[in-house]
Design a protein around this ligand. Structure first.
Ligand code: FES
Length: 344
């Protein structure tokens, strides 16, 4: 391979993808792409260019001093971009904003190809990207301008990267600006997108995964599962998909199709509503099998409305559950997803 695809994920959630030639240092590749990553000495001395490598393989270089990058920092995944030479595609978290690095997210135009309502619960929106497949990390979102409103709404891709046709799973909100527009939308109409955004994305898969989805928070997991299936992942993955009403369970067929493609994938649906006859009632926290937590050696990804995210965090705290890492995204109907993640 003569070059690698490097995702630079900035503190404000903006992601830019750059090409890094074989043997090239990340800082140099970023400058070629007119992105001013933090730097001072460019010699491995000052530590100003320190970032976190979240996935991929790379050489840290041997020209830096301990004061710039200690052994502990190195083992914690920190890197000096003025020294780092990738050996694969990588994701790098940059601890400053995209504007400070004189860059911004991309803008794309797209054409509506399908609008598929699921009762009064959700809408599947499919778009053909006018400039071909957009780059994003599985789990990330974009802002979509709602035509004629001067407003935008944020939606996670439910499709995987690498496709010119992208899809979204959108919560239907009575009177909501996007829901209202989609009610009358027709194939062929144009939409503008901005992104990709967000730090809720699939990291290197090194241990079992527990995915917890609430309502249309299922979308990023469909993208992640597709990426895992394409990669032929053998890793254990358990998804728990919780909704309020039976009617809110959408795209279960799409989830089920992954059982045949991912040998160690399992899932469960959960419905909260009292009147439901669903076999699993209540909240996702009541349906987490002990083996899915793997004695803490698990990476947990959680996407849902704020009360669900708070409930899961409390459940983990109350029960002394300390996963290896815990990444979560809260979404509310009218706001950009609030994203957070932490390594426990
Ligand atoms: Fe000084 Fe990298 S810029 S250590």
């Amino acid at each position: 391979m003569s070059s690698y695809n490097i995702a630079l994920n900035f503190e404000d959630g903006v992601t830019r993808f750059i090409e890094c030639k074989a043997g090239e240092k990340v800082l140099d590749a970023a400058f070629r792409a007119r992105i001013n990553l933090p730097m001072d000495c460019s010699d491995g001395v000052c530590g100003t260019c320190k970032c976190r490598a979240e996935s991929g393989s790379y050489d840290l270089g041997d020209d830096y001093i301990d004061d710039a990058l200690s052994e502990d920092e190195k083992h914690g995944g920190l890197v000096l971009t003025c020294q780092m030479v990738p050996h694969s595609d990588c994701v790098i978290a940059v601890p400053t904003s995209s504007t400070a690095c004189k860059t911004a997210h991309g803008r794309f135009s797209a054409t509506v190809s399908k609008v598929e309502p699921h009762h009064d619960a959700a809408i599947v929106l499919e778009l053909d990207m006018d400039a071909g497949a957009p780059e994003f990390l599985p789990g990330q979102y974009v802002n979509i301008d709602v035509p004629g409103s001067g407003q935008h709404r944020s939606y996670s891709f439910s499709s995987a990267p690498g496709e010119a046709k992208v899809s979204f799973l959108i919560k239907k909100i009575p009177g909501g600006v996007m829901s209202t527009w989609l009610e009358a939308a027709q194939p062929g109409q144009k939409l503008d997108l901005h992104g990709p955004l967000g730090s809720f994305y699939l990291r290197d898969v090194r241990r079992p995964l527990l995915f917890l989805a609430g309502g249309t928070g299922l979308a990023p997991f469909l993208s992640m599962l597709e990426v895992l299936a394409r990669a032929g992942s053998q890793q254990k993955v358990h998804l728990i998909y919780g909704v309020t009403r039976d009617l809110d369970l959408v795209q279960v067929g799409a989830i089920d199709a992954f059982v045949a493609r991912l040998p160690n994938f399992s899932y469960a649906t959960v419905v909260a509503e009292e009147a439901s006859r669903h076999p699993r009632k209540g909240w996702v926290t009541q349906h987490i099998p002990a083996d899915a937590l793997n004695d803490g050696d698990v990476d947990v990804y959680l996407c849902g409305p704020p009360p669900m995210v708070d409930a899961v965090r409390k459940h983990f705290d109350d029960n002394g559950v300390k996963p290896n890492s815990f990444h979560y995204e809260k979404f509310t109907p009218n706001a950009a997803p609030g994203v957070s993640s932490k390594a426990a």
